[in-house]
Design a protein around this ligand. Structure first.
Ligand code: GLP
Length: 241
């Protein structure tokens, strides 16, 4: 595991954006596993800056997102499809047909999970970007006695709904279920880029990276992956030796 702690969020964003830029230049048909939440926004902004400076093209890139809320349409501004268009896809030259998320409105959730897994199996990610939930979740793989390898529908924990309520008008509007890529698919990525910011995540960072590997902290499974890069700001890394 490669760990880097940055003095400022800006430096972290720049570093992560350079990683993506380098990968896409070396491999124009790269497959990216992408994430949402507040953590990656600055990284996407810096990637777009690089794109505007003609440092890279997304024309051959394919993307697969980690997760999507059940019941939100892509034009709902809280859906992850909307988020990805807003923060990245609409700002670069990626064809829409090369961007993928689970469809939150799919009539048959089981079929939707199978459809997404078939795509993921065919196109393993060169790099998978991950944020971290306060309870150690990755994507929407919540702490549990057992975890699913493939794409599945999760009932969101109340603590996760509360954490994400800041993006919605009220708690009632926060969906209760979401599709998420399973930990098996996440761990199949060639490289995993875990990004965490903020003092409030310092203790879960320490537990996930240095504690026992347990399904009760899904991010701890990353300890079993051969190529993980962890990027932290000072605050998130403050409990690490
Ligand atoms: C959400 C997302 C995760 C994300 C996490 C942290 O629930 N499903 O993919 O990593 O929460 O979000 P944030 O970056 O806003 O703290």
């Amino acid at each position: 595991m490669e760990l880097k702690i940055f003095d400022t969020s800006d430096q972290l964003d720049q570093y992560a954006a350079e990683l993506f830029t380098k990968l896409i230049n070396e491999k124009p048909k790269a497959v990216l596993g992408l994430a949402t939440g507040s953590t990656p926004i600055g990284i996407y902004d810096k990637i777009v800056d690089n794109y505007n400076l003609n440092k890279l093209s997304f024309s051959g890139v394919t993307t697969y997102n980690l997760d999507e809320y059940v019941g939100l349409t892509p034009d709902n501004d809280q859906s992850y499809a909307y988020y990805m268009n807003r923060h990245l896809f609409s700002r670069v030259d990626i064809p829409a047909s090369q961007t993928h998320l689970p469809n939150g409105m799919a009539p048959d959730p089981q079929a939707e999970c199978a459809r997404y897994d078939a795509l993921l199996n065919e196109h393993p990610a060169d790099i998978q970007l991950l944020g971290l939930g306060h309870n150690g979740h990755i994507g929407f793989n919540e702490p549990d006695g057992e975890l699913s390898a493939g794409t599945h529908v999760v009932k969101l924990k109340e603590e996760t709904r509360e954490a994400n309520a800041r993006f919605f008008a009220s708690m009632d509007e926060v969906p209760t279920e979401a599709y998420t890529m399973g930990v098996g698919s996440i761990l199949k990525a060639n490289t995993i880029l875990l990004v965490v910011r903020g003092s409030d995540k310092a203790s879960i960072v320490k537990e996930a990276l240095t504690g026992p590997v347990t399904t009760q902290i899904p991010a701890s499974l990353l300890q079993t992956h051969p190529r993980v890069i962890v990027l932290l700001d000072r605050e998130a890394g403050r409990m690490l030796d």
